[in-house]
Design a protein. Structure first.
Length: 505
């Protein structure tokens, strides 16, 4: 499993091609599934359909004769794969997974003795690919990486921990893995088996690769630090207030005037609240627009204004945009711009303007949750930037597509929540390229999105704020690093949007 050097990759060519022999002596039979190459150049290959292991050495392929071939077979199993992943963990010693039987098999390559590894504690059902490092066996099991230890030469083993890599919500199953640049990095490959059998779903032309970083030693209890730490709380709900605002949705903080601004789904108003006095009412702004809903809101400190996505909530139309100029007395605002989204047929006032974010040079971007579109507001004009299926809610149970957004200034990106699809989308503003962001971990039906100065993404999702990082790859993938519990469901209340306050605490 050692990666080739750059020089070797550049000069790579097919130097040897062999066929597995059939049981009747002919060639080309079986399902060659996994391969392991030792440091001395000997390769071992599994045949998952016929329960065989082959050795490739000196340009020839021969079957490894073992004491009990049935241990490698899938006969009478509901899952039609037998011997699958394998590793040579020391010279002359091999461990393999039998996916159909739900077992781990140990093979002595010198004597041919094969035995099932007795699992003392835990379950290894459905194991596919295998990795081995520092005495530990890593099993790729579809939704997790199980970590096994043995102190008696792998006659018996214990599941010492598990790493959650569950992507079943998007129909993807983890099957194989390889070490990265170090033995603390694992790269996992996912397969959509539905696509293989004609059930083509979203992103059928893309494949998911996940990076897992191992941290620390195996603790005394059977759980490892996971890439989706459901129990890792990165903050807490410390204070709640009842404020004079009816059905609030959009929220923004006016740092220059030290006040909180709240929109409303129904009352055609924006209220300003005083955080120094339990968020008491300061003023109510009434927009010069017929749209009764003020949804997404962002304050642009460089211009002293607040940008608002306006719509008619309930009929989900008349999507538009309003900009208020905030003056220094902290009590008033005047509307300077009112615009309407264009419809798909060219007329104005269509769509549900929902999320808003400010880019460079006071350019505003608005999401249309009903039609999967992103609009740009610049120099007093509104225009569509993109319309893409990844931003749409079609065929989803939750009738909202593109919703909250965050602007990544350093990479020129919009990071967009698709509420209905429970996904996160990346829009490269220089090219208008729209791509889905593979996420290791569950994020639910996200409404709003915040990005802090440490490049952490905060996803507001009803009862939880999920905290994500991008592993330094410009948000081409993301990992759920922790959560903040904001559950108010027992009172019938759902967290819909958020804003940073006077600082990012």
């Amino acid at each position: 499993d050692m990666p080739p050097t750059a020089e070797a990759q550049a000069a790579a060519s097919v130097s040897l091609s062999l066929d597995m022999p059939c049981t009747n002596g002919e060639s080309g039979c079986g399902l060659a599934n996994d391969v392991f190459a030792t440091e001395n150049g000997v390769a071992y290959v599994t045949d998952s359909m016929n329960g065989r292991i082959f050795k490739v050495e000196n340009g020839a392929m021969e079957e490894v004769v073992i004491s009990d071939p049935t241990l490698l077979d899938w006969v009478d199993s509901a899952f039609p794969f037998g011997i699958n992943g394998l590793v040579v963990y020391e010279e002359g010693k091999l461990i393999a997974s039998n996916s159909g039987a739900g077992t781990i098999v140990h093979v002595d390559l010198v004597t041919g003795e094969a035995t099932n590894v007795e699992i003392i504690e835990g379950d290894v059902g459905g194991a596919d690919g295998l990795l081995f490092s520092k005495g530990r066996l890593y099993l790729i099991t579809g939704t997790a990486i199980d970590v096994l230890e043995s102190d008696n030469g792998w006659k018996k083993a214990t599941v010492a921990g598990s790493i959650n890599i569950d992507q079943s919500a998007s129909g993807e199953t983890a099957t194989t893995a390889t070490w990265g640049g170090t033995d603390e990095e694992i790269y996992v490959s996912f397969v959509r088996f539905g696509d293989l059998f004609g059930e083509v779903g979203a992103n059928a032309d893309q494949s998911l690769i996940a990076k897992v970083t191992l941290t620390g030693e195996i603790p005394s209890i059977p759980t490892l630090p996971t890439i989706t730490p459901d129990t890792a709380s990165l903050g807490q709900l410390t204070e709640t207030y009842r404020v004079p605002a009816k059905y609030p949705e959009g929220i923004a903080y006016d740092r220059a005037n030290n006040r909180l601004l709240l929109g409303s789904l129904t009352s055609n108003s924006i209220v300003s609240l005083n955080p120094a006095n339990d968020f008491a009412l300061l003023n109510t702004f009434t927009p010069d627009t017929d749209n009764p809903s003020s949804l997404g809101m962002k304050v642009d400190e460089s211009t002293g204004s607040v940008h608002v996505a306006t719509s008619t909530f309930g009929t989900f139309d008349d999507g538009g945009y309003a900009r208020y100029d905030l003056d220094g007395n902290a009590d008033t605002a005047s509307v300077s711009t009112v615009l309407s989204m264009t419809c798909t047929n060219g007329t104005s006032g269509c769509g549900l303007a929902n999320g808003v974010v400010i880019g460079d040079d006071a350019v505003a971007y608005i999401s249309d949750s009903m039609n999967g579109r992103i609009f740009k507001v610049e120099d007093g004009a509104i225009e569509e930037v993109t319309s893409d299926p990844l931003l749409s809610w079609v065929d989803q149970s939750f009738p909202f597509g593109s919703n909250g957004m965050a602007y990544d200034k350093s990479n020129g990106l919009l990071l967009i929540a698709n509420t209905g699809a429970a996904s996160l989308v990346r829009l490269q503003l220089s090219t208008n390229e729209v791509t889905s962001i593979p996420i290791m971990g569950d994020i639910g039906n996200v409404d709003d999105v915040l990005l802090d100065s440490n490049n952490r993404l905060f996803l507001i999702s009803g009862t939880t704020i999920y905290v994500l990082t991008d592993e330094g790859n410009e948000w081409r993938s993301a990992v759920v690093r922790g959560t903040i519990d904001v559950d108010r469901s027992e009172l019938g209340e759902s967290a819909a949007s958020g804003t940073f306050g006077i600082d990012e605490s």
